[in-house]
Design a protein around this ligand. Sequence first.
Ligand SMILES: CC(C)(COP(=O)(O)OP(=O)(O)OC[C@H]1O[C@@H](n2cnc3c(N)ncnc32)[C@H](O)[C@@H]1OP(=O)(O)O)[C@@H](O)C(=O)NCCC(=O)NCCS
Length: 210
Amino acid sequence: MGHTAILADSWITRWYNLLMMRECTTERLLLRPLEIDDAARIQQHFPHWEIVRYLPNQVSWPYPPDGALHFCRDVALPKMERGEEWHWTLRLRSVPEQMIGHLNLMKGEEDNRGLWLGLPWQGQGLMSEACAWANDFWFETLGFPVLRVTKAAANIASRRISEKQGMRLIGTMERDYISGRLPTEAWEITAEEWRAWKNRGDDPDRRGSG
Ligand SMILES: CC(C)(COP(=O)(O)OP(=O)(O)OC[C@H]1O[C@@H](n2cnc3c(N)ncnc32)[C@H](O)[C@@H]1OP(=O)(O)O)[C@@H](O)C(=O)NCCC(=O)NCCS
């Protein structure tokens, strides 16, 4: 293959991967593919102890002033272009100009989903709604057979989302987080289990998966 053909091929792959991601809605949320302009809002709402304490210690802490710009420009957006990860910002449909959190899906054997929500918006079921939508995207749009996540056992809110949305605890281990080395749980759900959970028809989080 000539140089031009290789270049064209890589551009087509890049655009295909970005086009896989559309802006989507759930009952209360707008999920918009991550853009470089989101860095300023991430820098504002992400670096808070309650948000970062159970995140892997690969996240720099204290968070540098250009942490969000580096994350968007050098980590997340290149991985989106390569089709390795899918990142969305979360917004309330009622205030679409304001980013309130972040959710991502990623290829890999152990950790396929990451999430955080700004402090003022926590505790209203918003991330449960977003996760139900993201699980649908993972299984029905991307076509993966299984979704796995790990989390600090002490991270009750994150644990509860896995538990109530039909995931199974498959193992325990220790991992290093920003707050130190902690007992950790691995959870998984298969595509069949996810479809069965959705069809149960008795859980309000299903509003995320319309
Ligand atoms: C995890 C996180 C995204 C949850 O977002 P959220 O929108 O507040 O979650 P929800 O409101 O959908 O709540 C999920 C469940 O956890 C429960 N929950 C939420 N916060 C809780 C808390 N502080 N303590 C105990 N339970 C809590 C809720 O009651 C709900 O369970 P229920 O439906 O049985 O009532 C949010 O807490 C966060 O950003 N944490 C910091 C980042 C993080 O830890 N990410 C995950 C890494 S694995």
